[in-house]
Design a protein around this ligand. Structure first.
Ligand code: PML
Length: 255
């Protein structure tokens, strides 16, 4: 019998809860078998209280059982790396990569305009028409959240990534999310840089080429990050939004 799976989600803030004055500190989610549930809840509490963005004073942890019939799988997209030394080199590399994937020049410029004008991090992503550059979601600073995903086999994932020198929460969470996004109904590409002040790496993701990791995409100390999901012209945004937020996706390792 397949073991029961649970979704564990944490979000934390400082100075009050989200939406009533609290500043977002961290969020995390995992999908774990029953025997790993308690350990996971403790790890998340610890993470919220020792985060680089501050020590959260409001922490919410949500646990829910997942039905097997609700699970979809997709492959982990392959990783390749672009080594950059500065924010401007990194952003130039990201623009070039997005054009190579097939995002229009207008959409690339529009995405950078949107992300570079943020004064605080968005919790979700901007959804953008990859042809016209028009922003399609109507969620202002909240954006569209990509949620409900994890590795199908965490131990195998960790072993493979450790061999490549890509261990740690940041790369795992980003790679799993980027794989779910790449296989979304209408996704052309994704652009992301981190909102962690001490984390300067970002990426351009796509089903076409994989996870293009860009080592430096912002200045050290900058707490503002964000994501853009570029979608095919004519994408059904409500369906896209539903896939991103609600579809449970387990990411399979390749051979
Ligand atoms: C990595 O490949 O090291 C992760 C880059 C993006 C991190 C996004 C985030 O954690 O906010």
């Amino acid at each position: 019998m397949t073991p029961l799976l649970y979704s564990v989600k944490m979000r934390s803030s400082l100075g009050g809860s989200h939406g009533v004055g609290g500043r977002h500190i961290s969020g995390a989610e995992r999908i774990v078998p029953e025997d790993g549930l308690e350990e996971q809840v403790i790890a998340m509490l610890r993470r919220a209280r020792t985060h680089e963005r501050g020590r959260a004073d409001f922490i919410q942890v949500k646990v829910g059982e997942i039905k097997e019939k609700d699970i979809m799988t997709c492959p982990l997209i392959p990783v390749y790396q672009m080594d950059t030394r500065t924010k401007s080199e990194g952003r130039k590399a990201a623009k070039k990569e997005l054009l190579r994937i097939g995002v229009s020049k207008a959409a690339v410029e529009s995405a950078f305009r949107e992300l570079e004008s943020l004064t605080d991090s968005m919790r979700g992503a901007i959804v953008m028409d990859a042809v016209t550059g028009e922003r399609l979601d109507d969620r202002a600073e909240r954006g569209v959240r990509c949620s409900n995903m994890d590795c199908e086999d965490t131990a195998l994932y960790e072993a493979r990534m450790a061999e490549k020198g890509l261990g740690g929460d940041h790369p795992r969470e980003a790679l799993v999310l980027a794989s779910k996004v790449a296989y979304g109904p209408g996704t052309v590409a994704e652009l992301c840089w981190s909102d962690d002040p001490d984390y300067v790496t970002g990426y351009v993701g796509s089903k076409k080429f994989g996870y293009g990791r860009i080592t430096v995409m912002k200045d050290m100390g900058d707490p503002v990050g964000g994501r853009v999901f570029f979608v095919e012209h004519g994408t059904d945004v409500a369906r896209y939004d539903d896939y991103m937020q609600n579809q449970v996706v387990l990411v399979r390792m390749g051979e």
